[in-house]
Design a protein around this ligand. Sequence first.
Ligand SMILES: Nc1ncnc2c1ncn2[C@@H]1O[C@H](COP(=O)(O)OP(=O)(O)OP(=O)(O)O)[C@@H](O)[C@H]1O
Length: 232
Amino acid sequence: MSRGEKIAILGGNGSGKSTLLKVVLGLYVLDGEPVRYDGVPVSAIDRNSMFARVQVLFQDFVRYQGTVRENMAAGHSAALKDDARLRSALKASGLGELADGRGPDTPLGQMDASSIYLSGGQWQKLALSRLFLHSDADLVVLDEPTSALDPMSESAAMDSIWRLFADKTVLLVTHRVALAGRADRIWVMEEGRIVEEGNHESLLALGGRYARVWSEQQALHDRKISLRSEPR
Ligand SMILES: Nc1ncnc2c1ncn2[C@@H]1O[C@H](COP(=O)(O)OP(=O)(O)OP(=O)(O)O)[C@@H](O)[C@H]1O
C-alpha cells in the first residue's frame, strides 16, 4: 500500500477479507515476511502509537447505552464539547435529522422514556459518524462499513467516506463491486489468497472473477430499475 492509496478488498464469505485486515493491523501474525509500515515490522511498533495512527471500523462495532454524544466521543473526550463537529459528523453519515433535531444529547437505548431506539442501519451510521469525528489517523480500515444501509444511504455514506478520507490510506472490505470500483486498487480474494489485483478497468479487461461479479451485480441493478419502471 502506498500512502493515500484507496484499496478495496472483495471476495465471497469466508475468503479471508477480515482476516487480512487483522494481519495488516498486526492482530494476527503470520509465518514468513512480516507486514511493514515504512519499513518497520508491525510487531516492532508499539500498539498504542500504532492505534493512534489507525482508525478501524469492524462489523461488530460497539453500541454504548448512553447519549449520541457519549457514543460518538468514546475515547476522545475533547470532542465531547464540540457540538458543531458532532453535528457535522452526524450529517456526513446520514443522521442529519438527529443532528438538526434532538441533537447530541439524545439518550439511546432503554435509559428512560426520552430515549430513542436506533435501527441497525442507524447504529451503523452512528459508528461511521464516530469515525468521521476522529478522522485524524493516517490509515483507515473499514470492514463492510455500509452493509446495513439502504442503497441511497449507502451511496451518500460512501461519498462521505471518499471525501473525508481523501488524503488517508483506506482499506475497505465490501461485497459491493460498485463501491469497490471507485478504489485505486482492488484485491479480489479467494480461499485466503489475493487472486486478482488491479483497478476497475484492468480487472474488467482481465475477464476473471471481478468481471463476472461486476456483470452479475449490474444485471441485478438493471433488473431492479426495470421492475421499478414497469407500469402497475
Ligand atoms: N480466529 C480464527 N480462527 C480460526 N479460523 C478463523 C478465524 N477467523 C476466521 N477464520 C476462518 O478463516 C476463514 C476466513 O474468515 P474471514 O472472516 O476472514 O472471511 P471474510 O472473507 O471476511 O468473510 P465474510 O464475508 O463472511 O465476512 C473462514 O473460513 C473462517 O472460518
